[in-house]
Every structure is written in C-alpha cells, then in structure tokens.
Design a protein around this ligand. Structure first.
Ligand code: AMP
Length: 395
C-alpha cells in the first residue's frame, strides 16, 4: 500500500489497486478502462452488485458518508478516486489519512458549492454566468433588481439534472416559489452548512451548450478532449454531438477556457467544464464536474483515448493519452423508458451503433441505464438514424 506522498514524477503502476467512491456507471467505465491496463479496483457503494462493483475485484457495501467504511476501502487500496463530487469533508479526510487521494479535497470543496465554484473561476479571470449569492429573501429581491425578472435560482449544494432549480420569469414566479426557497434555506442550515444556501443567476438566453473534458496529471501535463455540443431535454442530457457544430474560433476558445480552468484549479484527474454559448458567440461557464462526465462518453468509441482511460492515467501520473478524434460521433443517452425499444431493435442495429449498458437492475423512467455512440462519417447521418429508430420518440 502506498502511504508516502508521491513526488511529481512518481507513477502508480499496475497492478496497484484503485478505490472508487461510488459504484455507478462512471465508476464502472473507469474500472473497465483501468482493468485493460492491469489495475485492480475496489468500490464503495450502498447497493450490492452496483454497476461498478460488477466489474471490480470487490465492493464495500456502505453509505457514501460512512467514515469507517471509507477507511476500510482506503486500507485495501493504493489510491482512491471518486465518481461523484458530493463526497463529505469527513470522508475525504478519512481517506487521505491512510491512502493517496490524488485529486485532493480542495477541488471537491469548490465544485460542491455553486457560489464557491463561480467566485473561484471569476477570481481567475474566467468567464462565468453573472450570479449573486442568496442567504435571505432580501438577497432574492436584490438579485431580481439586478437581473430583471428572468433569472434562475439554484440550490448551491446537491442539485443535479435540473433538481433544486427554479426558473423565474416574473414577479408571480417569485411569489410562487418563495416557500420552496425558504424550505431549501432551512434544509441547508439543518444539514449543518453555514455557507450560502442558494444562488441566483442571470438567465442566459443561450444559443447552445458546450462541454470540454480536460485532464491534468501531477507532472502538469494538460490535455483537452474535443468540445461536445450538448442537447438537454427536460434538464437531462439527451445527446452530445462531436465535432460540435460551432465556428472554429468558438471551439478553440472553449478548449482554451477549459485548459485554463484545469491549470487555475490545479486539477489532478479530469474536470468537465460546461459552458453556455451566447448568441454573440461568447462563452460563459455554467458548471464544473471534477470527474468523468456524461458528455464525454463519446470518447469511448471515437477517440484514441477514452475519458476513463485518461482519468486513470492522470490520477496514476502516467503520461496522458492522445485525444485525437478518429470520427464524428453522436452520443445519445438510454434512459429507463428507452431500454425496451432499444433491445427490441438490438439484433438489427447497424455496426456503427455502439451500445453501452450499465447493468442497473431496474429501468426506472429517466434513470440513466446506458448510452449509444453512433460513429459515422457525418453527424447529420447519426441524427437521422436516432430519429428514424423511434427509440427516443418520447424526447
Ligand atoms: P445546471 O444544473 O446548472 O447544469 O443546469 C441545468 C440546465 O438548466 C442547463 O444545462 C441549462 O439548460 C439550464 N440553465 C441553468 N442555468 C441557466 C441560466 N443561468 N440561464 C439559462 N439556462 C440555464
């Protein structure tokens, strides 16, 4: 077991054991990529036979905030990583006591809180959506004055896929949601947090959304995957299109911003940078995720190195892999309601349609069950196939 701090040039070599906090699909694809390279994996997740545990050497079945269980995981591993950012400070500290945690806890603390995330980026001169921290109903009134009657209010912690998020279009909306916000503020304080419970953001009438996944290792090497154009439906990522259909200068700026984020925050591992593209071609960072990201699943079939292999390389301090895009590709998510129609067509799928399913037991509506990468010579052909297949008819 590796307990001494690593030097910038040290690499963690196979057959070292990598622990993953969280046993979902991101952990599963990380373990599959790392296993090819000869690493071993252990997973901590409350659900027995979790997607990542199915392809790992072992699982600690426990809640994510179980400090003793985190210590047990760390005692079996050479280094520990995570597949989600809501790792409690107590767990992060417990892991670091006995084990190498290359990503550290500082980046987690930044990405766990929307105000901290946006202020840190702004301090580094990076472009973010205009925002205001909200701790009281009075702050909300001030934000409304500043942003006009179109703004977005979000919980600072714990929101995802549009949960904990309210679109405000008028004074009536403010009145309508006032109780929800008061409840969210109480809930935040009851959970023991003394930072801002909510954030208000100017509504950005964006033309589209781009994300860039960047890797950085301890040697300071930085590599950005080609930007993905993301289409959300009902706040859930539906498709990622690569190459993104934007002018070259927008693409180049998106890559540059993402690289600057990785350097400014001293990232080790991956960081996904989600951005809005305004009608004038301006880029504004909306959100960060310090891990592999749904919008990077296209790399599994279309790039020289996948985001998952890149993550393993970065945390183990190996040289980063080549990020060349071999082919245009469209990634489309398979939610619970898409599984049956997809399986019904499975035996007749063309070979350019690469199916990835995550081994989840129950196909609940809107639950991410898998994704499909359509690897073709032209993005338009992939989009036609998605439409014609009828699998995503509900979207
Ligand atoms: P988030 O949870 O911050 O990633 O937001 C989820 C989705 O809500 C984004 O992908 C956007 O489609 C929309 N959204 C979030 N913030 C804003 C904003 N400030 N202006 C306009 N749309 C937003």
């Amino acid at each position: 077991m590796q307990t001494r701090p690593l030097k910038p040039t040290d690499a963690v070599l196979p057959p070292a054991t990598i622990g993953i906090l969280g046993g979902g699909q991101l952990g599963r694809m990380m373990a599959l990529a790392g296993r090819h390279m000869g690493y071993r994996f252990r997973v901590l997740d409350p659900t027995p036979d979790a997607p990542a545990a199915q392809v790992a050497d072992g699982q600690v079945v426990a809640a994510y905030d179980d400090v003793d269980a985190a210590r047990r995981l760390a005692s079996q591993c050479d280094l520990v990583t995570y597949e989600f950012e809501n790792v409690s400070a107590a767990v992060a500290d417990a892991l670091a006591e006995t084990c190498d945690v290359p990503q550290g806890s500082e980046l987690l603390a930044i990405c766990q809180h929307r105000v901290r995330e946006k202020s840190t980026l702004a301090q580094h001169g990076l472009p973010v959506t205009p925002f205001a921290p909200i701790s009281s109903m009075g702050d909300l009134d001030e934000a409304l004055e500043r942003f006009g009657e179109r703004m977005v209010v979000k919980t600072c912690r714990g929101g995802y896929d549009g949960k904990g998020q309210w679109m405000v279009r008028s004074r009536e909306d403010v009145e309508k949601h006032a109780q929800d916000w008061a409840r969210a503020m109480d809930h935040h304080r009851a959970a023991g947090f003394d930072d801002q419970p909510l954030i208000a953001e100017a509504y950005v009438p964006f033309e589209g959304e781009l994300s860039v996944i960047v890797a950085r290792n301890r040697r300071g090497e930085v590599r950005a995957f080609p930007p993905a154009e993301n289409i959300h439906k009902r706040h859930i990522l539906h498709m990622s299109i690569v190459p993104a259909r934007y002018p070259e200068d927008v693409i180049a700026r998106a890559e540059d911003i993402a690289r600057r984020v990785a350097e400014a925050l001293g990232v080790i591992g991956l960081i996904a940078v989600e951005m809005f593209v305004t009608q004038g071609g301006e880029l504004l960072i909306n959100e960060l995720a310090p891990r592999p990201h749904n919008s990077g699943h296209y790399t599994l079939d279309a790039c020289a190195t996948s985001q998952f292999e890149q993550h393993v390389r970065a945390i183990c301090n190996l040289p980063l892999g080549d990020v060349t895009l071999y082919s245009p590709v469209v990634m489309v998510n398979v939610l619970g309601q898409h599984v049956k129609p997809l399986l019904a067509r499975m035996s007749g799928l063309p070979s350019c349609v690469k199916v990835h399913l995550y081994g989840k037991a129950e196909a609940k509506r809107d639950r991410k069950m898998g994704h499909v990468n359509i690897v073709v010579d032209e993005v338009a052909r992939a989009l036609q196939w998605i439409e014609a297949s009828g699998v995503w008819a509900d979207v």
